[in-house]
Design a protein around this ligand. Structure first.
Ligand code: GLY
Length: 589
């Protein structure tokens, strides 16, 4: 006798011919029942079959794209030692903390979007910083309830409780194959023995010279006896090496407890910050369901709250889905895309915040039916200005992103940040850890713009333990034969950069090298202005768009630093592509 339960039993019946079953049951009702059961079982098995197909697919080589060659190489080193994409993500993230101390680090936070090839399982690891318990909604306001300039940006009081160390420990323990000692080894080596600083390192330290010079621990670590390090000179960070070693040896407790925690708390409190030891003990990453949707034939998987990235991206794509973009003139298309950006960012400002603290109706916002309503609000011909605080976004390169696909087909898209360059500009003595200034990503007061010019509502107000709303958008795009893992730094403009790349992919325009290179434009509802790279619009296009009521602000230089890994399943080719605006490396091997 065959003993089977649930679907197994149904499967057993399914394999029998209806006539033989009829012989047994001798009834038309049984026949109908069997037919329905077969159909039910088929429907239940279909997703399983799809997952198995995904699980079976393997990439012939591994691809890693990150913002620094040493980080990309660290990822490949860990893969070569038997690690998977999740171990490589630990290595890349920790190495970026050493070699790009202005963009991300152990004192910051971020989001890791994962795809496990074996079973198609996907999750987002939310390693976003949390407000300390002593945080209050008015902590950055003066007696007249006005934001105190710089208070949420500079110094220990601007720092939220870091999430990256917990994120790395979680990745290694739950998804990796290697112990942290192995996956953190390249970063420890580079911090201890030093690495040759790059042109970008010089540029960033020069740009932040006044902030670095003022804080003795930052100056001691990142300046060369008060001067900018010459390109190629070795930067050693022995304190950071020891902090990484404690994390490697003890996991999350090696950062959120013991000597590291004691130094963090001592440093922050001495400098006027409000952290307590319990804030560190309490920090936990959260596993969250990614935001999912489709645009044309493309499946989109992206960041969930407390990042606005996935929701805003899907809202924009849903709105654009209602237009035949391919048959439009370039100006017409740009106009519609700008309008989609504007309306999606309006929702960001109105509704979005930490889902553990505020109720956000995500299914409604990413429902294509809702996009139909939004499309009616597009300013189709001419428009009057949205009232706007006169403050444009400033930052363009801060934060970092890396993308990985390993040979098994596991994927990681990770965007990590300290917020603005060198975060709070504060380092607790003896830690080597630059603290973030993500508290500025909260709406310090309703409608008061943050460093990116973004405004927010009560949904993103400060509360103890709450995570500030982010724009980081680590994303997977997938057609039947191509997988794209992508993301970029760039503050509030992150989401529109990912949108522009996704549109190129979905509409079959160019390959990854073109997607990362294309000139960028951005609208974020407030201020009511299109910010853009100088090559984004020809003079005549810009004029035509001005006729439609748009105002423009050309950014100086460029922005973003997109990192993409693309796997063409039909040919088996894997391409790792790093934005030419940065100094990163995409390497498939
Ligand atoms: N700190 C930038 C962001 O999370 O959007």
């Amino acid at each position: 006798m065959i003993r089977q339960g649930g679907c197994g039993r149904l499967f057993y019946f399914w394999t029998m011919s209806p006539s033989s079953l009829l012989e047994r049951g001798n009834s038309f009702i049984v026949f109908r029942m069997i037919r329905s059961l077969r159909l039910m079982c088929l429907l239940m098995l279909l997703p399983l079959a799809a997952a198995t197909a995904t699980a079976a697919a393997r990439a012939p080589v591994a691809g890693i794209a990150s913002a620094h060659p040493l980080a990309t190489q660290a990822g490949h080193e860990v893969l070569a030692r038997g690690g998977n994409a999740f171990d490589a993500a630990v290595a890349v993230a920790a190495t970026l903390a050493v070699v790009e101390p202005y963009h991300s680090g152990l004192g910051g936070g971020g989001f890791f979007l994962l795809h496990r090839a074996r079973d198609g399982f996907e999750i987002m690891i939310d390693a976003r910083e949390r407000a300390p318990r002593a945080a209050t909604p008015d902590m950055y306001l003066d007696r007249e309830d006005q934001p105190v300039p710089g208070l949420s940006i500079d110094g220990a009081k601007a720092a939220a409780i870091p999430g990256i160390p917990a994120g790395l420990a979680h990745l290694a323990e739950k998804y990796g194959r290697l112990p942290l000692q192995k996956s953190l080894a390249p970063a420890i080596r580079l911090a201890r023995d030093g690495f040759p600083v790059t042109k970008l390192y010089g540029k960033m330290t020069l740009r932040q010279y006044d902030r670095l010079e003022k804080v003795p621990e930052m100056a001691r670590t990142f300046l060369n006896q008060g001067f900018i390090y010459p390109v190629g000179e070795r930067l050693r960070q022995p304190d950071l090496a020891r902090t990484l070693e404690r994390l490697a040896a003890q996991g999350r407790k090696g950062f959120y407890g013991g000597a590291t925690a004691a130094r963090l708390i001592q440093g922050v409190q001495t400098a006027g910050g409000v952290w307590r030891a319990q804030d560190l003990v309490d920090y936990r990453v959260v596993e969250r369901e990614p935001v999912r949707g489709t645009y044309r034939h493309i499946r989109v998987t992206s960041a969930a709250l407390p990042s606005s990235g996935g929701i805003v991206l899907m809202e924009m794509l849903n709105m654009l889905q209602g237009f035949d973009l391919d048959s439009m003139s370039k100006v017409e298309r740009e106009h519609i895309i700008i309008e989609a950006m504007r309306l999606a960012y309006r929702d960001r400002a109105r509704y979005l915040g930490d889902p553990d603290y505020v109720r956000v109706d995500v299914p409604r916002l990413i429902d294509p039916a809702y996009a139909v309503k939004l499309r009616e609000e597009m300013r189709v011909l001419k428009h009057t200005s949205t009232e706007s605080p006169d403050r444009a976004t400033r930052e363009g390169m801060n934060t970092t992103h890396f993308s990985i696909i390993d040979r098994e087909g596991n994927r990681v898209a990770a965007t990590l940040s300290l917020n603005t360059l060198f975060g709070s500009g504060f380092m607790p003595p003896g830690t080597g850890v630059v603290l973030n200034n993500e508290m500025d990503d909260f709406a310090v007061k309703p409608e008061a713009p943050n460093s990116y010019g973004l405004t927010g509502s009560a949904a993103n107000a400060i509360a103890p333990g709450k995570r500030p709303l982010s724009s980081m958008t680590p994303t997977f795009l997938e057609s039947d034969d191509t997988v794209v893992v992508l993301g970029t730094p760039g503050g509030s403009r992150i989401i529109t950069m990912v949108l522009l790349a996704a549109l190129e992919f979905a509409h079959g325009r160019g390959g990854p090298r073109e997607w990362v290179k294309q000139p960028r434009f951005h609208h974020q509802y407030l201020p009511d202005v299109v910010t853009h790279e100088s090559e984004a619009f020809a003079e005549a296009e810009r004029h035509a768009l001005e006729q439609r009521g748009h105002k423009f602000d050309t950014v100086r230089g460029s922005y973003g630093n997109m990192q993409v890994v693309t796997w063409y399943k039909k040919t088996g080719r894997v391409e790792a592509t790093s934005d030419p605006r940065g100094e990163g490396l995409g390497l498939a091997k």
